[in-house]
Design a binder for this molecule. Sequence first.
Ligand SMILES: Cc1cc2nc3c(=O)[nH]c(=O)nc-3n(C[C@H](O)[C@H](O)[C@H](O)COP(=O)(O)OP(=O)(O)OC[C@H]3O[C@@H](n4cnc5c(N)ncnc54)[C@H](O)[C@@H]3O)c2cc1C
Length: 412
Amino acid sequence: MSSVDTAILTAEETAAFRAQCRAFLEAHATGASGHDQRHEDRGAAMMEGARAFQQKLAEAGLAGLMYPTDVGGAGLSRAHDRIWREEYAAFPDMTSELTISHGMCLPVLNDFGTPEQKEQFLADNISGKKVWCQLFSEPGAGSDVASLQTKAERDGDEWIINGQKVWTTLAHLSDYGVVLARTNPDAPKHAGISMFIVDMRDPSVEIRAIHQIDGGKHFNEVFFTDTRVPASWLLGELNNGWNQATAMLMYERVAIGTGSSSGVTHPNADRLIEHARRTGQISDPVVRQHLMQMYMEETTKSLVSMRTRAEMKAGRAPGPGGSLGKLHGAKIARMMRNLINEVLGADVMAWESGDKVEQWSKSIVGSFAANIAGGTDEIQLNIIGDRVLGLPREPAVDRDVSFKDLKVGTVR
Ligand SMILES: Cc1cc2nc3c(=O)[nH]c(=O)nc-3n(C[C@H](O)[C@H](O)[C@H](O)COP(=O)(O)OP(=O)(O)OC[C@H]3O[C@@H](n4cnc5c(N)ncnc54)[C@H](O)[C@@H]3O)c2cc1C
């Protein structure tokens, strides 16, 4: 991505690009591409919709706006990117299923990939032709992901990966993954980890669905049994995977916390206000007050997200401040489920498939993920305490101990 670009568009250029974005969105961001099936079993319809939209974007020269044209991007400036996000804010989000592929895997490939890796993988990632997933969490390593036990051992020109990952979102619909594995068990736990690219379609990669409370099966357990990857698929430096993982987690918090559009939006408040108007509850002063609180929280979150995005576009890598947006999103999810209960009443407690309230009910049960995915609320608070407010760090007794001498996660 162009690091610091200061391109300023003329009024005519701004108007022309805005019109181009709007015409594209009016034609293609119809919201019909599987979005009515948000809670469908394995998410395949929404993924197909997202890929088709992304393909159209690529054909129109609007995919990967700030990535160079030689790796499949549009080679445009941050001024163009801002206009695109502002226009996109008025349309349904068509590409939420590509959040991990584009919001996390793509910037990490771009930041740490070799020229050969970029040439091989970036264009197909940007166009949505190939989808990527993130394989960090393990049964004994979630918040403390540096305790991971999946290992990679060198064998000639290849690495052999063995181990288990868990909660891997959309692994079953992904072509490639970014996986963390231990490459030096003698080093302290943060120092012996490396990052690899892995082919999710390889027969040695077993993907098992996890059943969610809302009926979906969007994430998975993933088992690697003697999975071979070429030595050239090491991503970044050997045993430096922790630094890259930290960068990816920061991109993740920004992707989750700020979304794909820009400008002030309050989608949850809008939906609930519309419902309260229809049912007459809008005249209840307590309901009105709670709806207004939601409106204010979402407005504030939009403004903070705009600041985070502006910092990134000014050439700064996302910092720990991304945790603020992530934490705020989790707070809004919590408020939202209380408000849905208040406005829709007992109907959302017990529903049957096809009921009018089904989507609202599923939003309630699904909302708990916001407090966990991308790092739990407690971990965001720790990050904000340590790195934003400068408070003393949590004590870490295992920081300098060789990993092989630790009893971590599932090790007994
Ligand atoms: C919807 C969803 C999608 C996900 N997708 C992916 C994915 O694509 N790829 C992937 O790799 N992972 C994914 N995850 C996994 C996610 O990153 C982990 O669930 C998360 O990091 C928490 O880890 P854990 O589940 O092991 O919980 P634990 O780490 O065991 O935490 C349990 C509890 O202890 C608390 N806790 C732990 N450590 C501390 C501490 N130091 N201080 C205070 N409290 C603490 C936590 O806050 C939590 O309440 C996903 C999770 C969800 C819910």
